[in-house]
Write a new protein. Structure first.
Length: 379
């Protein structure tokens, strides 16, 4: 089955009692048993819920994985992965990553004895030189956030071949439409479902997709034991959003390309970070592991002052200034003070994230209106 057909149909059956084509919202905490332990596979909604299960099956199919598990947020999904580890275990992570992930790793899990190495993974040597017998997880975001660097997934998978190490890819920026990390050697794919997958800025949710049965059992145990599960209403909203994921992504990509080129040719703009430029250092790898280049774009101005960037952000009319990304509406953000404020300034500058950098999540509005908004805000 091709992607769009999977988005609409995978894992979904008409409701057996009524034939309803949309998966019903099973808004229930518990399920009646005929006799102690005799039930229909559902006991309590932290453990199992039919609406959630339908979504989990659908998400697994979108990432070409055998299993899907959903969590109350993207960070709750990441938290579950870290809980499979024990003190002394080491994690090699992208240095240019989502601020909340960095905060979870350093402020919570370092305290429990996990050791993190944040490295620039565009050079695979930096990964190789940190590998040792304690390494258990390699945590990758690609394209990176917000510098839009591309990391070679197959290259990293080759480095850890034959070792007891999980390659986990936070695929939020690409969505399963643009990139399927399992096809390039990843063991686990993580998503902030909140973003492109749900797509309508109305849900917070996370997901893990994977093949390994044993690891799936361990993560499902944590999902139930720690209890960070989403409710059935949210699962329904995400199932509904996914039905148009491929169509939305096509427009995100079209608009993203137009805007990246517009910014590149703008006399006041200094650098534009978008992996679809042929002179982007990761272009060839992006072409290999992504189907298209997406609608996430970062840029800096020749006048490299925070005040100027703030002025632009205040002037936007359509590019609303807000945290998050991947919704149908265009958003703008200032990573240094918003999404990445929890990363120390020296760390941010090391990965090239200037205080003046502006990040755009290009939505699916009409391109003429988006360009007009940029024109007036930069003017
Ligand atoms: C938003 C985001 C997260 C965290 O997800 P939540 O759903 O907000 O918990 C993780 N990684 C990336 C790349 C994100 O954009």
């Amino acid at each position: 089955m091709k992607f769009g057909t999977k988005a609409i149909h995978a894992g979904l059956e008409p409701d057996p009692t009524t034939g309803a084509i949309m998966t019903p919202i099973y808004q229930t905490s518990t399920y009646v048993q005929a006799s102690p332990g005799v039930h229909k596979g559902y006991e309590y909604s932290r453990t199992q819920n039919p609406t959630r299960h339908a979504l989990e099956k659908n998400l697994a199919a979108l990432e070409n994985a055998n299993h899907g598990l959903v969590f109350a947020s993207g960070l709750a999904a990441t938290d579950a992965v870290m809980k499979t580890l024990k003190p002394g275990d080491e994690i090699i992570s992208t240095n240019d990553l989502y601020g909340g992930t960095y905060r979870l790793f350093t402020k919570i899990f370092e305290g429990y004895g996990l050791k993190f190495h944040f490295v620039n993974m565009t050079d695979l040597q930096n990964v190789e030189s940190h590998l040792n017998e304690n390494t258990r997880v390699i945590w990758v975001e690609t394209p990176t956030n917000p510098m839009m660097s591309i990391i070679d997934l197959q290259g990293i998978a080759n480095l850890k071949k034959g070792k007891d190490i999980q390659l986990v890819v936070d695929n939020t920026f690409s969505s399963p439409y643009l990139q399927n990390p399992m096809d390039h050697g990843a063991d686990v794919v993580m998503h902030s479902v909140t973003k492109y997958i749900a797509g309508h800025s109305d849900v917070v949710m996370g997901a893990l997709m994977l093949n390994d049965d044993e690891l799936k059992d361990q993560l499902a145990f944590i999902q139930n034991a720690s209890g960070a599960v989403p409710g059935p209403q949210d699962a329904f909203l995400v199932l509904r959003g996914i039905k148009t994921l491929h169509v939305r992504m096509q427009r995100h990509c079209e608009n993203g390309k137009e805007i990246a080129n517009y910014l590149k040719n703008h006399p006041k703009v200094d650098k534009v970070y978008w992996p679809g430029f042929e002179d982007h250092p990761g272009y060839e790898i992006a072409k290999k592991q992504m189907r298209d280049f997406g609608g996430m774009i970062s840029f800096t101005m020749k006048d490299d002052s925070v005040e100027y960037s703030v002025k632009i952000l205040e002037r936007f009319k359509l590019f609303s200034l807000a945290e998050s990304l991947g919704g149908v509406e265009s958003l703008s953000g200032h990573p240094a003070s918003m999404t990445h404020a929890s990363i120390p300034r020296e760390e941010r500058l090391k990965s090239g994230l200037k205080d003046s950098l502006i990040r755009l999540s290009v939505g699916i509005e009409d391109i003429e209106d988006l360009i007009e908004d940029l024109e007036q805000a930069l003017g």
